[in-house]
Ligand binder design. Structure first.
Ligand code: GDP
Ligand code: IMO
Ligand code: MG
Length: 439
């Protein structure tokens, strides 16, 4: 008779955004990093903009994981990420200038895909050809790079060592043909053709950045990560974007081109699902979205403008105004379900300090039917049903522990926990690392 030992395999936790991105993932990954040995990005690319603040300094990370500032922890860019060598170089050099040398602490998967200069142009050309239906992408070439990956035409980091010039030339030629045909479609719709005038200069910069990239450490990250876990080390996986931008479950087609949900951590790092333990779902005390697409609780009035102004809701990457609205619990229940969120982290609570009334969308009214379930589409006549709660009208930014938080604020927290059936374990009351309350 065989006796099987029951092994507790979880030493990987995942932190991900459960709204439309910009929830504050960068800050919280930095705060949680001391508990882990390795921090790993598993999807997305420089469409992400993760902000961290500590010691009076502010940093915005795009491709480099947010664990890079905490001692000598290892940081990993996984196979699921798409990497732009130019933007990566800018980011890494800026960090080196501010005294954060990455070379010893950053590892890059050979299987991560490269964003080429023509991918950026294709991104613009795709948008122009869509006319009014454009997504409002970040213009970083994310969609075209993932499209090449899935259509088996992509260029991977590991390819820079074998037959690179030929592989690059082939991909570029294919892209140029595609840009020409997209340009024709754009012009037919009365739009603008994408110019290829700057391509040569961009390519030169890109090739130089490839040489810079070569000075980093490349690994077979799936082997590395699993070996670390077998040795008892722990990994924090850092999501980019948010679950409502997931290519399968988000507000399609107004989404990004990767799986932003928890399962993406497995495919984007080569980790077995049995290794995932805690899933931190991070959300703002309200809701924002950048780019086009439906947003049922969006506010077009002065309340929305006030949230934007107090919350500094402008894109970390593009500087675009973020659309603002009340918290959407229908959407949050959905994303908590999809990710198997075990604990919630509530961000930017302080932004609502001066509001006399806080609204929370608990259900949608669609064609006179009330639903608490997230529907196939949230476009069209989806009307939010709100519950109103009294605001706390007190400054939260000085609070350092739970017993200092005002009663009306804690009523909001308890209301959310009840509606979402998940505990809120951390409350953030300011952008700084220190402005964090553990419950
Ligand atoms: P990410 O993409 O999820 O990492 O989030 P972003 O960095 O794009 O956007 C979050 C913004 O909110 C950044 O400017 C942060 O510095 C800021 N922030 C994070 N947490 C808090 C908070 O609790 N209160 C306030 N007022 N700002 C915060
Ligand atoms: P972080 O990690 C917010 C949005 C874009 C656009 C759509 C598709 O900082 O939370 P893409 O360039 O990915 O093809 O654009 O997704 N988007 C984000 N919105 N935060 C992000 O990242 C985003 N990354 C992409 O605005 O609507
Ligand atoms: Mg962001």
């Amino acid at each position: 008779m065989y006796l099987y030992a029951i092994k507790i395999l979880h030493n990987t936790d995942v932190l991900l955004g459960i709204q439309w991105g910009d929830e504050g993932k960068g800050k919280m990954v930095d705060v949680l990093t001391p508990k882990y040995d390795i921090v790993a990005r598993f999807q997305g690319g420089p469409n992400a903009g993760h902000t961290l603040e500590f010691d009076g300094q502010k940093y915005v990370l795009r491709s480099i994981p947010s664990g890079i500032f905490q001692g000598d922890k290892l940081n990993l860019i996984g196979n699921g990420v798409v990497l732009d060598p130019i933007l990566f170089r800018n980011e890494a050099e800026e960090l080196a200038t501010s005294g954060h040398n990455l070379k010893e602490r950053l590892l890059i998967s050979k299987k991560a895909h490269l964003i080429m200069p023509t991918h950026r142009l294709l991104d613009q050309a795709n948008e122009a050809a869509k006319g009014k239906a454009k997504i409002g992408t970040t213009g970083k070439g994310i969609g075209p790079t993932y499209t090449d990956k899935v259509s088996r035409n992509g260029l991977r980091v590991g390819d820079i060592f074998v037959g690179f010039p030929e592989k690059y030339a082939q991909a570029k030629a294919r892209h140029i043909d595609m840009i020409h045909s997209l340009n024709e479609a754009a012009v037919r719709k009365g739009g603008q053709a994408v110019s290829m005038d700057g391509l040569e200069a961009l390519e030169k910069q890109w090739m130089e950045s490839i040489e810079y990239l070569r000075t980093f450490r490349f690994i077979d990250s799936e082997h590395f990560a699993n070996k670390c876990l077998a040795e008892g080390k722990s990994i924090l996986c850092e999501g980019a974007q948010g679950s409502l931008l997931d290519v399968d479950f988000g507000s399609y087609p107004f989404v990004t081109s990767s799986n932003t949900v928890c399962a993406g951590a497995c495919t984007g790092l080569g980790l077995p699902p049995s290794r995932i333990g805690e899933v931190y779902g991070i959300f703002k005390a309200y809701c924002t979205r950048v780019g086009a697409g439906p947003f049922p609780t969006e506010l077009f009035d002065e309340t929305g403008a006030k949230i934007r102004s107090i919350g500094h809701e402008y894109g970390a990457v593009t500087g675009r105004e973020r659309r603002c609205g009340w918290i959407d619990l229908v959407a949050l229940r959905y994303t908590i379900m999809l990710n198997g969120v075990t604990q919630l982290i509530m961000m930017k609570s302080d932004v609502l300090d001066s509001f006399p009334v806080i609204k929370a969308c608990t259900a949608y009214r669609i064609d006179d039917q009330i639903t608490r379930d997230f529907p196939f589409s949230i476009e069209g006549n989806v009307e939010p049903v709100y519950e109103e709660l009294p605001g706390w009208q007190q400054d939260l930014t000085h609070c350092t522990q739970e017993n200092e938080l005002p009663e009306a604020f804690m009523n909001y927290v308890h209301f959310l926990e009840h509606e979402l059936e998940t505990p809120i374990k951390i409350i953030s009351v300011g952008p700084d690392r220190e402005a964090t309350i553990w419950r």
